[in-house]
Design a protein around this ligand. Structure first.
Ligand code: NAP
Ligand code: ZN
Length: 367
């Protein structure tokens, strides 16, 4: 047996966990920059709670609330500049994956005088500022990964950067902050978390440790499935979803993602389909494509989800996610070539070609 394992985030989970552990923040300095989106921090109540705790602890703060969904390089550089100008000692990311990913980039840019594209070299002369992550969606698990996914207009796709120093140092997971998510965002983000656990589990770089996180994350998604399908999402379900998404994040922190995410990026970039939904639309055909090389693990996923076979899995996904966009084969060829350029394509259980990806996309989106 051979594996590496690294997870650098202190996780504090529970209702009102930030207020109950407020002295934790003081460890990172006297000035914070809060990085959030237009609505997530405010609607969830997390922004007000954070400000209250910062004031209580005598920590100064400024707020950058301009993070775009699927943040661009230009967008995170604006945040980085503000962090430098306000002399922030640390960054607090509040929101879904977009603000949390942006906060990692902001933390890096604040202390490194680099050209925008150099961010993706993952060589940062100065260690990024400490990052505290407060998720308001239950999906990306970004609070426990080092990865930051940024939209690259020059490449017409999204690309990740991150190294051991971009793990958040601390994450407060309070399910109250996910209660204001609209139903559709709840479903899309839960499916994203499932895709992390499943892709990590079936990846050819999965490890005995990442599998433990993945299996429990998939099992918890199965537990929440009827509540998601029937839109009966109570607080206990919200907690389970937040916990499962963190476990999905812990999985991909070890394995990364594979072709589902690689193809999903194009649906987001070209068709504005939300990240989790974009992944979910491919999952049935992804499972079928890989079945012969990861048969036992796939059967275990179905058992954990209490589903009979991949077709039943597909029917459940069809109930959760409806594709309302038009596609053609020419578009799929472009998306396939972009997905093949992602490092993650090589981690897929079965080796893939452009033609395989085009076929998966046709079966997923045209039939
Ligand atoms: P998101 O883009 O962060 O948020 C989606 C929408 O939901 C936004 O409009 C957001 O508002 C709103 N929202 C978030 N929380 C809310 C709440 N509690 N109440 C009301 N509205 C709320 O979506 P996401 O799916 O969480 O993140 C997707 C991003 O994460 C993508 O860029 C993806 O590539 C990345 N990602 C990263 C990782 C990783 O490991 N780092 C893994 C997977 C995905 P705002 O306008 O305020 O933001
Ligand atoms: Zn994802």
């Amino acid at each position: 047996m051979k594996y590496n394992f690294l997870l650098k985030t202190k996780v504090i989970f529970g209702t009102r966990c930030m207020a109950e552990n407020k002295s934790e923040l003081k460890k990172f300095g006297n000035r914070a920059l809060i990085v959030t989106g237009k609505t997530s921090g405010k609607q969830s109540g997390a922004l007000d709670d954070t400000i209250e705790v910062l004031k209580d602890q005598g920590i100064g703060y400024a707020v950058f609330d301009k993070v775009l969904n699927n943040p661009t390089l230009e967008n995170v550089f604006d945040g980085g500049q503000m962090a430098a100008e306000t002399k922030a000692d640390f960054i607090i990311g509040i929101g879904g994956g977009s603000p949390l990913d942006a906060s990692k980039a902001v933390a890096a840019i604040a202390v490194n005088n680099i050209k925008p594209l150099d961010l993706f070299n993952n060589v940062l002369p100065n260690k990024p500022l400490p990052i505290v992550a407060i998720p308001t969606t239950a999906g990306t698990g970004s609070e426990v990964t080092a990865v930051s996914i940024i939209t690259r207009h020059d490449l017409q796709t999204k690309m990740s950067f991150g190294n051991e120093d971009t793990f958040p140092v601390l994450a407060f997971l309070d399910a109250r902050y996910t209660e204001s998510m609209p139903y559709e965002v709840t479903v899309n983000t839960a499916v994203d978390a499932l895709s992390h656990a499943v892709e990590g589990y079936l990846s050819n770089v999965s490890t005995p440790v990442s599998d433990v996180f993945a299996v429990e994350s998939i099992r918890l998604f199965g537990d929440c499935l009827s509540a998601l399908l029937e839109n009966r999402i109570d607080y206990a379900t919200r907690e389970k979803l937040l916990h499962m998404s963190m476990l999905g994040g812990m999985t991909v922190a070890q394995t990364g993602t594979t072709i589902v995410h690689g193809m999903g990026y194009s649906l987001t970039y070209f068709k504005d389909i939300p990240h989790g939904k974009a992944n979910g639309l491919f999952m049935r055909e992804y499972l079928k494509f890989n079945y012969d090389v990861v048969k036992e693990k796939t059967e275990n996923i179905l058992r954990l989800l209490k589903l009979k076979d991949i077709d039943e899995f597909g029917r459940v996904m069809d109930k959760l996610l409806v594709n309302d966009k038009q596609f053609n084969e020419e578009e799929f060829k472009l998306y396939a070539s972009l997905a093949m350029k992602q490092k993650s394509a090589k981690k897929n259980a079965k080796s893939v070609t452009d033609a395989d990806l085009v076929e998966i996309m046709k079966r997923s989106l045209l039939q």
